[in-house]
Design a protein around this ligand. Sequence first.
Ligand code: NAP
Length: 251
Amino acid sequence: MIKFPDLLDKKILITGASRGIGREIAKSLASQGAHVLFNHRGDEAKANELKAEFEKIGGKASPLHFDVTNGQQIKTAVDAFVKEHGNIEGLVNNAGISKDQLLMRLKEEDLNSVIDTNLKGAILVTQALSRGFMRTPGASIVNVSSVVGLMGNPGQCAYSASKAGLIGFTKTVAKELAAKKVRANAICPGFIQTDMTDKLDEKVKENYLGVIPLKEFGKTDDVSNLVCFLLSNASAYITGEVIKIDGGLYI
Ligand code: NAP
């Protein structure tokens, strides 16, 4: 693992750290000695387990109680943390869901929940942190988009639209906050092995493997390495960028 010394003690919020990519990002940041903040949705016992897991690796960990679709919960949790510990210095908008259906079969409630979680959720969390970011030069935001936000994918109209929206949002935030030396970048993972992709049909997985030039699925630590780099000062001159991490899936 590459060490990024400036991440030591940095207070960084990761949404959706209970599983998959978010959990790996939280573990990587903990091993860099960062103060890892993560949200939970009311399961205090699970949140305490995660806190212990991250603190065992290194650094500090603090659970915040909010759902990314609930602006008031986000604000209350973030304000309470900042009052006690000071400004948050980094953010990874990772929480996300997929509800895959062809356009003709897409239900309005599924469209709403995907857009609310993946796009509106990221905007609300970033907004809640933005005042503090304006006073924190060097703060860095990483939005977890997807290659399907760039290339589209049959059966993923709501998901791909939410991920494409996240890219536009990233570029706007990069421009709005650049004067305060705050950066925002988006990453576009391809097929990464997690709960989200485990539930796919074996045939679909085989088809993906056939079109990935590196001929393997991505691992969560492939993604967390990139995220640590983008949160650190090693990437200080990179902002508004969209970086694919997909084994060549979308060349
Ligand atoms: P995952 O294993 O399904 O985990 C999703 C995480 O998001 C969980 O921690 C979940 O928390 C959280 N979450 C969902 N809805 C939430 C809400 N309303 N409020 C707060 N937290 C919420 O997903 P993953 O595969 O690690 O994916 C993580 C991110 O990477 C997502 O944005 C996904 O779109 C993106 N991505 C994944 C892949 C891939 O191949 N896996 C590829 C490209 C992009 P709970 O435990 O509370 O449900």
